[in-house]
Write a protein that binds this ligand. Structure first.
Ligand SMILES: C[S@@+](CC[C@H](N)C(=O)[O-])C[C@H]1O[C@@H](n2cnc3c(N)ncnc32)[C@H](O)[C@@H]1O
Length: 257
């Protein structure tokens, strides 16, 4: 696996019962298995979940759809009135099928699935995909959100390559993308989960290619999330833009359908 990170990376566990699962995961990811090492960047299987421990980032990072920010956004995020939902085209009660081409920590995908959309999450970074897969599995056992999770499916692949091989019968209504912006604003950068994403995934320098492919694939629209002051991806002018506090959603409506 070609991970664009300087530190050595390994898989470990703090639970004797998870030892064989941790070794199997190391094997699957072609990473070394090693003992816990607080100086190292490690993917750690605990009794309850999988997390990334990065010495310089403080507390471990995991994805949690059941509690914390995701649960808060689910309850108080503004439903179909929130800018993301409007950009996707949810306001008339429609539930379009969505491909989230840059799934990351799955937060936006979870909002859309919670509002009723069937969402395919595509994430190319195998470590982030591992965290996502683990979070989805745990959440599917939680009766409060299991039904939402049934609308979310994860594919660990590059989205441009995936879309290029997708059969027309499976083209989604909407493709959503939130690529890592090279100089994402400082308030986002100081959040440690965003810093980890930067460290693991690096800036997404191929977003223009993804947008072009997405526009040729989405039946209804492509939505690109950007920092408010960022230029359009590939200088491609959207049909409309919707703004929230720090974010802009550039919406490319497919006028041929
Ligand atoms: C800024 S994060 C997305 C955050 C996400 N919207 C959320 O709510 O958690 C960007 C993610 O997209 C992934 N990514 C970027 N380009 C991709 C591509 N062409 N195919 C698949 N994943 C991609 C990166 O690895 C990174 O994890």
């Amino acid at each position: 696996m070609n991970l664009d990170i300087e530190s050595p990376f390994s898989v470990s566990t703090d639970s004797h019962e998870r030892l064989s699962a941790a070794e199997a995961l190391a094997d699957k990811l072609s990473l070394p298995f090693s003992a816990l090492n607080p100086q190292q960047l490690q993917l750690v299987l605990t009794q309850h979940h999988i997390e990334i421990r990065a010495p310089e980032l403080g507390n471990p990072i995991l994805i949690d759809f059941e509690e914390g920010k995701n649960a808060h956004r689910r309850q108080f995020g503004g439903g179909r009135g929130q800018p993301l939902a409007k950009a996707i085209g949810l306001k008339k009660g429609a539930n379009p099928s969505v491909i989230d081409a840059t799934a990351g920590f799955g937060r936006d995908a979870f909002v859309l699935a919670n509002l009723g959309c069937k969402v395919t999450l595509i994430e190319r970074n195998p470590l982030i995909a591992t965290l996502l897969d683990d979070a989805l599995q745990r959440a599917s056992d939680n009766l409060d959100i299991a039904e939402v999770i049934t609308r979310m499916s994860l594919i660990n692949h590059d989205a441009t390559a995936y879309l290029n091989t997708l059969e027309q019968a499976f083209f989604p209504d909407v493709i959503y993308m939130d690529p890592m912006y090279p100089s994402r604003d400082k308030s986002a950068l100081v959040k440690k989960d965003m810093r980890l994403l930067h460290k693991l995934a690096g800036p997404d320098t191929d977003s223009e290619q993804l947008l072009t492919t997405a526009r040729a694939t989405a039946l209804k629209r492509v939505v690109v999330k950007r920092p408010k002051s960022a230029p359009f991806v590939g200088n491609q002018k959207p049909t409309i833009s919707l703004e929230s506090k720090n974010t802009r959603y550039d919406v490319y409506i497919n006028l041929s359908t």
